[in-house]
Design a protein. Structure first.
Length: 342
């Protein structure tokens, strides 16, 4: 089955409201007896629902592979909770103050409550997974460990990451939890799965997800005097990695030294050096170059999708369709238009 056919038959699948509502209800049911000390924070976080791409993928995969609807919903809830735990912890690491248009948990309730709430969601996710298949607990553990290691790699870097290092980190921290819904659904339904094909697809999709966020981070910053937040916080960013690789050796060494100093101080950095990197980025073709790299990985993901079995194509195409639509603002032509408006 071609990607075009899979897309046509599932274009509306990724955002079906009844199924999102059912997954949300299952999560509410699972967290109803949260410890009193975490109840308010849990409700506040879950009140602002995301796209539930991972949960919907988990549910549709489980059903396509032959699992019962109840088991599919439970697995979807487990996947969504582990994803939300990672978001809560990620916001602490990145010092982000807004998520889904509202205050992050660590901003509203403090870092300690955010850490505890993330841990509670992880524990509850494991409880849900154990209800549908004992083997999914091991899958969750392995995916969480790999993703955590990828996240931690951001803080153990020496110098600013090259493009190759950036991709390695993006895959390590994003791909395990992105592919988990499908791999776990196959286990829940006792369905044979070519994991190598699935992982190859999600490795490239993971890079696309991260690069899309990074291009937006750079392009939503409107002024020459205010660098993008990823640069201020010295976080790995695809556009900055492209800039880093384009610099001559002496300038690249200075950027590496500045990056190491930033991580050592753990503060926001709007030093003259920071402004220099920002001005260099604004004058370069780094955004357009990054958009080209993004499309390379998207096209590679599409190739991997078309190699999958038909049932698996149908499931993964739902997420791929969303990714394709999200990339409309990151095409080379769209990027040039967005840059021209800044």
């Amino acid at each position: 089955m071609s990607h075009a056919k899979a897309t046509e038959s599932n274009a509306a699948g990724a955002h079906q409201k009844p199924e999102r509502d059912e997954i949300a209800r299952r999560i509410t049911e699972a967290t109803r007896n949260a410890p009193r000390s975490l109840r308010e924070a849990a409700a506040a976080h879950l009140d602002t629902k995301g796209k539930m791409l991972r949960g919907l993928t988990a549910f549709h995969a489980a059903r396509a592979f032959g699992a019962q609807s109840r088991d599919g919903l439970t697995w979807a809830a487990a996947v969504e909770l582990i994803h939300n735990a990672s978001l809560i912890h990620d916001d602490i690491c990145d010092k982000d103050h807004e998520r889904r248009g509202t205050e992050t948990i660590f901003t509203r309730y403090g870092e300690a409550i955010a850490v505890c709430l993330g841990d509670y969601f992880i524990a509850t996710s494991f409880q849900l997974a154990a209800q549908v298949h004992p083997g999914t607990v091991g899958l969750l553990a392995a995916a969480t460990a790999a993703s955590t290691g990828g996240q931690a790699a951001e803080f153990t870097l020496r110098g600013y990451p090259s493009w190759a290092q950036y991709c390695e980190i993006a895959v390590a921290k994003t791909s395990p939890l992105l592919g988990l819904p499908v791999i776990g659904a196959a286990m829940v339904a006792d369905h044979a799965l070519d994991r190598a094909s699935v992982e190859a697809y999600f490795n490239n999709a993971a890079i696309c997800f991260q690069v899309l966020n990074d291009i937006d981070n750079v392009l939503v910053t409107p002024t020459l005097s205010q660098p993008c937040s990823d640069l201020i916080h010295c976080r790995p960013n695809a556009v900055l990695a492209s800039l880093h690789d384009s610099l001559n050796e002496s300038t690249r060494d200075r950027m590496d030294q500045w990056s190491d100093a930033c991580r050592a101080n753990r503060d926001e950095h709007t030093s003259p050096d920071c402004l220099e990197w920002w001005h260099l980025l604004r004058q370069s073709h780094s955004v357009a170059h990054t958009a080209q790299r993004l499309y390379f990985h998207f096209n590679t993901a599409t190739t991997e999708l078309n190699r999958m079995s038909e049932p698996l194509q149908v499931v993964v195409a739902q997420l791929h369709t969303w990714l394709e639509s999200a990339m409309a603002n990151a095409s080379p032509v769209a990027v040039r238009r967005r840059e021209a408006r800044r």
